[in-house]
Design a protein around this ligand. Structure first.
Ligand code: HEM
Length: 226
């Protein structure tokens, strides 16, 4: 095994990969949320459909999509390996340990939260991404050009109460996952400092709540007001 493989399959190496991919996925969330805000433009979905078409056809975005998939895969795989290593290292919890007093609920349930997000992602991609890339959407003409009507798919999906419920519940799970993950990433990267760590924690908290609220408002808006 060369030093590269050795370093990145060690526990600390895997934690570094999880942190870097996690922070990268956070940046994706911001871009995705800002793009989705076009759903609120009062133009019958025109700007959203044109934007989605650009995202689906632009070569730079297509390359970034591969990086994104790799980011997700590494993040999930390393989470799985690290959880298994932790369990093998300490198969039985110490009886006199009081985890509730020494750690937060989200830090103890990152695996569960991550699994909820993974299930959400599969449902989400199946409904939006797969038809957008492989066909199955109605067409719409905007300025004499044919587009896929992804906006219509969004409106129709968010008329279904249980679909909206899946989104809202998943965004609560995502918020808790990010609240712990954000600050934990900085810690794993060794970026801790008496002066800056409290700021990172507050920023991470605000980031998680704002981003997840932003995503949750979309299905709620379409269910109640569209
Ligand atoms: C209500 C909130 C959301 C809406 C309305 C929404 C909408 C969409 C749509 C329409 C697509 C297909 C875009 C295309 O292929 O051109 C998409 C793709 C995607 N979404 Fe979402 N999304 C939401 C929340 C989320 C969240 C919270 C995550 C991650 C946890 C996420 C992850 C993804 C990924 C990974 C893709 C595929 C990559 C891409 O096309 O950019 N989405 N989303």
């Amino acid at each position: 095994m060369n030093w590269f493989t050795k370093t990145f399959s060690s526990t600390i190496g895997r934690k570094i990969i999880m942190s870097v991919t996690g922070l990268f996925l956070c940046s994706f969330l911001v871009v995705h949320l800002v793009g989705n805000l076009q759903l609120f433009n009062a133009d019958n979905g025109e700007s959203f459909n044109v934007y989605s078409h650009f995202m689906a056809t632009n070569p730079v975005i297509r390359v970034m999509e591969i990086v994104l998939v790799l980011g997700f895969l590494f993040h999930i795989y390393d989470a799985f390996v690290l959880t298994r290593r932790n369990k093998t290292a300490r198969p039985v919890d110490y009886a006199e340990q009081h985890p509730q007093e020494n750690s937060t609920w989200s830090s103890r349930n990152m695996g569960l939260l991550g699994t909820i997000i993974l299930v959400f992602l599969i449902i989400h991609l199946w409904n939006f991404f797969v038809p957008a890339r492989f066909g199955g959407l109605e067409g719409v003409v905007i300025d004499e050009v044919d587009y896929d009507n992804l906006y219509l798919r969004v409106v129709q999906s968010f008329q279904i109460w249980w679909y909206v419920a899946i989104y809202v519940i998943s965004m609560v799970a995502l918020a808790y996952h990010l609240i712990h993950g954000f600050q934990s990433a900085f810690q794993s990267l060794g970026l801790t400092h008496k002066k800056y760590t409290p700021f990172i924690k507050t920023f991470g908290y605000a980031f998680s709540v704002i981003v997840c609220l932003g995503f949750a408002i979309i299905p709620l808006y379409f269910f109640f007001f569209a």
